[in-house]
Design a protein around this ligand. Structure first.
Ligand code: ATR
Length: 270
């Protein structure tokens, strides 16, 4: 029941109409009997959107594309990992201050840890954008070594220099082996011109044991389908989304998030 005491949370981004976060967080509030609601705000002008959040008493926000970097200008206190990654995906508003966090890297770590240890493992990460940076931060923090593969070699080189990582161009080096292969690009995503495609050569996939994709539409991407057929361990794109949301919920409510409920809300939808 929404009343005068209902607390307001939400997501700001553009576009946000397909976001699964409202479903995930509202199901969690309901399960724990918390009088709060989580809405999607389609924001193009970040400056205007942020002006009223303290005065309106908004308690927390998720921040998504294209605002994760620019939002940092409006945050009073930025957490160390978010600063290192250079992106904030979570705002917590407390005592008239805006705190900024990044839970994407934590989401990736928790998703990976369901299937593998990270310390001492070798991870090959495809892509060198914002998602890749957050994931590499997590891998590095947990003691995995990293090799970055990217279409633009310059971007791979630049990102690799932060993590003492190796790098190469996409499909340039077939003799790279490792424990974990992670796709952070949109290759294979429904509705893109790479729909149905693999991010790397099919044979390359068997050089690894655990294959993770951050694309969740379709849930079984061509990469994960191929990995599954090869008998490899797979991690679908909803796992990282789920766990970054779980960490947000924990920050906002300081309660143990209802993992099963949040998970069900996502998988039922897809
Ligand atoms: P995100 O924040 O989701 O990581 P991003 O910062 O725009 O998005 O980064 C997208 C990444 O996916 C980049 O590494 C990009 O490669 P380039 O640096 O060469 O542009 C990669 N990417 C996206 N679409 C791709 C495609 N069709 N083929 C190869 N790489 C692609």
């Amino acid at each position: 029941m929404i009343n005068a005491k209902t607390e307001l949370y939400g997501i700001i981004g553009h576009p946000v109409s397909h976001s699964l976060s409202p479903l995930m967080h509202n199901s969690a509030f309901k399960a724990l009997g918390i009088n709060a609601v989580y809405l999607a705000f389609d924001v193009t002008n970040l400056n205007n959107a942020i002006t009223g959040i303290k005065e309106l008493g908004i308690k927390g926000l998720s921040v998504t594309i294209p605002h994760k970097e620019k939002i940092m200008e409006f945050v009073d206190i930025i957490d160390d990992s978010a600063r290192e990654i250079g992106a904030v995906n979570t705002l917590l508003i407390r005592e008239n201050k805006i705190f900024g966090y990044n839970t994407d890297w934590l989401g990736a770590v928790l998703a990976l840890q369901e299937k593998t240890e990270l310390s001492g493992k070798k991870a090959v990460v495809i892509g060198a954008g914002g998602s890749s940076k957050a994931i590499c931060h997590g891998l590095n923090k947990h003691g995995a070594s990293i090799h970055i593969i990217n279409r633009s070699i310059e971007k791979a080189r630049e990102l690799a220099s932060n993590f003492n990582a190796g790098f190469s161009g996409l499909n340039e080096d077939k003799d790279i082996y490792g424990d974990i292969l992670i796709n952070t690009t949109s290759i294979g995503m429904t509705g893109t011109d790479t729909q149905g495609q693999l991010p790397v050569d099919d044979k390359f996939i068997q050089n690894f044991k655990v294959i993770m994709d951050i694309v969740y539409s379709p849930l079984q991407t061509p990469l994960l389908k191929s990995a599954h057929e090869k008998g490899l361990s797979t991690i679908d794109g909803l796992r990282m989304l789920l766990f970054q949301g779980v960490k947000q919920f924990e920050l906002w409510t300081e309660k143990l998030p209802p993992l099963e409920v949040m998970q069900k809300s996502l998988y039922n939808k897809l």
